[in-house]
Design a protein around this ligand. Sequence first.
Ligand SMILES: N[C@@H](CCC(=O)N[C@@H](CS)C(=O)NCC(=O)O)C(=O)O
Length: 203
Amino acid sequence: MTKYTVHYFNIKGRGEIVRLMLVAAGVDFEDNRVQGDDWPKLKPTMPTGQMPVLEVDGKKYSQSLAIARYLAKEFGLCGKSNIEQLQVDQVVETVSDLLTEMIKPVFEKDAAKKAEMSKKLNEETIPRVLGVLQNFLEGNGGEYFVGSKTTLADIFFMDIVSRLVEKESKVLDKFPKLAANLKKTQSLPKIEAYLAKRPKTDL
Ligand SMILES: N[C@@H](CCC(=O)N[C@@H](CS)C(=O)NCC(=O)O)C(=O)O
């Protein structure tokens, strides 16, 4: 049996999608949550000097979305055809761009700039991207982003957009189909069980 270890900090960040894909697939894995103090000595042992890293039978691989796509292919969560995989990737890259924008104000030190960035994020970027995602969802009938079952697209959307909902519960009020899709993914039994017990972290 393949042994999987996820190496990442004790946050959701860019690493949670790797954990969620293994959870959704029902595959056991070691969840190595690296403490900040241990990172400097571990950093040179990682392929890109960053995490998340997925270790598969002792070999380490970097890049969260490359890993997520690999797991999606391994476990039937990637779409049934080449065109469905393109549709999955279209959603994944849109959500990834949103995550990049969500992270920017978090690390801004200047208070005025931080406030300006947060305002733009909340008033412009988030509604615009949610509109794009709602169009993708409606273009596929409104239940799943791609095909007729959960794929990496739904799981990554849930991973990132649930963080927005946690901060601002009304964020999906104008996007009821997105809200229903998010809830459906969160209610998948393996994911629901994992979400109930995962460590509570701010990021
Ligand atoms: N494109 C990479 C980005 C990875 C990344 O930025 N990792 C950060 C944490 S989210 C990291 O390892 N930071 C510590 C460091 O660079 O030393 C991915 O998606 O995996």
